[in-house]
Design a binder for this molecule. Structure first.
Ligand code: G3P
Length: 220
């Protein structure tokens, strides 16, 4: 996956549901192409058909650590692969999993060649997750999520420390997220050693998401 990665999590925001999800994904695609940057999107399960409509990477917001078979109400990696999804968030702080389950999810995503982005809310959790060797760990402080207070600006030492500690024990690439709203926040995140950012409200809830995405792109 081309770096840096700007991953936009659509969550269940109304502004990024159904038709709105497709529209926002198309805007992300346009900016990604115009600026030559890697912008990926993570819509809800019901909007994952978007992967057939855009050429940028589409991620799932969650995947279950299962194969295929009798698993009612689950989302299998096979189904994600079949629909053209490139990867999945795992253990987002709004969709937390026990450690054992995280391990299963990472293993199954590897098997299906899906890019894994595992969220961690503390360095201790990050270190435990690094042992499973996901593609990315996204460091997110839950208290800053949705606040517009960027983790890269408010807690730079904590991000830097996280990156260095993970680099010491693994080859896993680190992203950071929570409160990222402008190009300066992205620039700062990259300066701290991350390989990209995980963003939601700063783009999805913006008056003009295209302008925000362009600001991100220019900062790279
Ligand atoms: O997954 C991204 C996230 O939890 C951060 O949310 O709204 O602070 O960008 P937000």
């Amino acid at each position: 996956m081309k770096l840096p990665l700007i991953l936009i999590n659509f969550k269940c925001y109304k502004e990024a549901t159904g038709e709105n999800a497709l529209k926002l994904a198309k805007t992300c695609e346009k900016v990604a192409n115009e600026y030559g940057v890697n912008i990926a999107v993570a819509p809800q399960f019901t909007d994952l058909y978007i992967s057939k409509k855009v050429k940028i990477p589409v991620f799932s917001q969650h995947v279950d650590g299962i194969e295929y078979g009798a698993y009612t109400g689950h989302v299998s990696p096979l189904a994600l692969k079949e629909i053209g999804v490139k990867g999945s968030l795992i253990n987002h702080s709004e969709r937390k999993l026990p450690l054992k389950e995280i391990k299963n999810c990472v293993e199954i995503t590897k098997k299906y060649k899906l890019t894994s982005v595992v969220c961690a809310d503390t360095l201790m959790r990050g270190k435990e997750i690094a042992r499973f060797n996901p593609d990315f760990i996204a460091y997110e402080d839950p208290f800053l999520i949705g606040t517009g207070q960027a983790i890269s600006k408010v807690k730079p030492d904590s991000v830097k420390n996280f990156v260095q500690a993970i680099e010491k024990i693994s080859k896993v690439k680190v992203l950071c997220g929570a409160g990222i709203t402008n190009g300066e926040d992205v620039k700062k995140a990259l300066e701290l050693g991350t390989k990209g950012v995980l963003v939601a409200s700063g783009v999805v809830k913006a008056k003009n998401p295209r302008e925000v995405l362009e600001d991100f792109a220019r900062s790279i």
